[in-house]
Design a protein around this ligand. Structure first.
Ligand SMILES: [Zn+2]
Length: 482
């Protein structure tokens, strides 16, 4: 018989704990609450430790900190917790346990010894060599916990109803396929050959060159902070550490112990891409540092789709004429000639994200095999572009290691961003750079934290269930759908 792994031991320990709690005829609520709090603290410590490590790695600092004390308390098997808590606990505590269960699900997978080792390698070697094995290990860990696969577990951890995002994304796929292929076909006629992803990147850079040049290097962070201030959203300075990275890695926000300890890694430099990046991460910081009163630690964690939608809302502001005039140090007369958002680039971006999502789904279903062939076929199929020329392919998708299915989050963030913007414009008139807009965002979208399901939160905040209609009409200019 093989020795019990740490993973299995932990499952057994947690199962015993559940059995103890379930055996009590009349559960002592205070005792259970105390236990939940202890587990919360333990899981939060593990999560903070992981985030600190990632932050340190992104800054090129030493991250060999010792593991947090009490890590052994982390719950490692939670399939019965929801049913048990409904039976045994009052509503408020049951809700807390449900949030704990969701948050702990991901911690359980991340603490599987294979997954932990491969995640560390995938995040640090940058070659993608560990990724196929990491995908297979995550899939296996999810199946051990009784899920069909890792995506089903991932959705459960986000509080996503099974199949609900698939329905939305299929509608987006249907509505964008023909327009995108028509566009790529026209580009092919112009170039006299099948266009590549690099052709699109180059055209986009040309289209945005004026705007790019107008956003000088020294002003990037200042403009972003001024944007928040115009919306009445001030950040607690003590809560935020901004670190300018020196390598070419991406931007990131780490909610290490929100709202008190939130850290951002941003690239220094000017231009549109950096302005988008800094605004995006500050959007995350607004979410993480928002005061939410005395609530359990797990209520402070944002729903990922909503947090990403809010970050995207801020990121997109440099395409608004009002932003250029007020923040971008551009004269009103000049802003008339500025290129604003270009629907065709956004259309191709949406197709690319759909292709990436299909790639990730197929990669998990195949247990991580043949990633090169999968990537090329899924991306070519989704975009109509020649992807054979991509040098790095899926290896350039650094999110794969630490943030699986990020393409799904980015697509749903577009839905949320556009649906929110449409509502805010309807209620607050011409300008988005107004304290009333910041207040509305805070109250209806940011304050609920993870307590509300994303679907219900968006429906309540905008008066309509989530749909890609606003994205298709306002952003892609595809007009009314049948
Ligand atoms: Zn983000």
């Amino acid at each position: 018989m093989p020795p019990l792994s740490a993973f299995r031991c932990a499952i057994i320990a947690w199962t015993c704990l559940l059995a103890l709690a379930g055996c009590a005829d009349s559960p002592d609520i205070a005792r259970i609450e105390h236990r939940v709090t202890r587990i919360e603290r333990s899981a939060a410590a593990v999560r903070a430790h992981q985030l600190r490590q990632r932050w340190a790695a992104a800054c090129g600092q030493d991250h060999s900190a010792p593991p947090p004390a009490g890590a052994g308390l982390l719950p490692h098997s939670l399939p019965d917790l929801e049913a048990w808590s409904r039976r045994a606990l009052p509503e408020e505590l049951a809700r807390r346990v449900e949030l704990l269960r969701r948050d702990a699900l991901l911690a359980v997978v991340a603490s599987d010894p294979d997954v932990a080792r491969l995640e560390e390698r995938a995040a640090n070697d940058g070659t993608g060599v560990a990724w196929p094995a990491l995908i297979a290990a995550r899939q296996r860990a999810a199946q051990q916990l009784g899920y069909e696969g890792f995506r089903a577990l991932w959705h459960d951890a986000q509080g996503v109803r099974p199949g609900s995002t698939d329905t939305l994304l299929e509608a987006l796929d249907d509505a964008t396929r023909e327009p995108a292929f028509t566009l790529v076909h026209a580009l092919e006629g112009e170039l006299g050959r099948r266009p590549t992803h690099a052709d699109v990147v180059e055209r986009k850079a040309r289209a945005y060159a004026i705007l790019d040049g107008a956003l000088d290097e020294g002003g990037t962070l200042g403009r972003a902070l001024e944007t928040l201030a115009a919306m009445g959203l001030t950040l607690e300075e003590s809560a935020l550490e901004v670190h300018a990275r020196i390598d070419q890695g991406g931007f990131a926000a780490y909610p290490i112990d929100p709202p008190r300890d939130v850290r951002l890694v941003v690239r220094s430099g000017g231009g549109l891409a950096n302005q988008h990046g800094v605004l995006h991460e500050l959007g995350h910081a607004v979410f993480y540092t928002a005061p939410r009163g005395r609530v359990p630690a797990f209520d402070r964690a944002a729903n990922r789709f909503v947090a990403e939608g809010v970050a995207k809302f801020f990121e997109r502001l440099p395409f608004e004429r009002e932003w250029l005039e007020r923040i971008g140090a551009i004269r009103s007369e000049a802003s008339g000639s500025m290129p604003h958002t270009q629907p065709e680039f956004e259309l191709l971006r949406a197709r690319e994200l759909l292709g990436r999502l299909r790639f990730e789904q197929a990669a998990y279903a195949a247990g991580g095999r043949d990633l090169d062939a999968l990537y090329q076929s899924e991306l070519s199929e989704a975009t109509g572009l020649d992807r054979g020329a991509d040098r790095e392919g899926w290896r350039a998708l650094t999110h794969l290691a630490s943030q699986p299915f990020s393409s799904e989050e980015y697509l749903l963030a577009r839905l949320i961003q556009c649906q929110l913007r449409r509502t805010l414009r309807a209620h607050h008139g011409a300008t988005l750079l107004d304290p009333a807009v910041g207040r509305a965002l805070r109250e209806s979208v940011i304050a609920p934290g993870a307590r509300a399901n994303w679907h219900e939160l968006i429906e309540k905040a905008t008066g309509n269930p989530p749909s890609f209609d606003a994205y298709l009409e306002d952003e892609l200019k595809l007009g009314e759908r049948p």
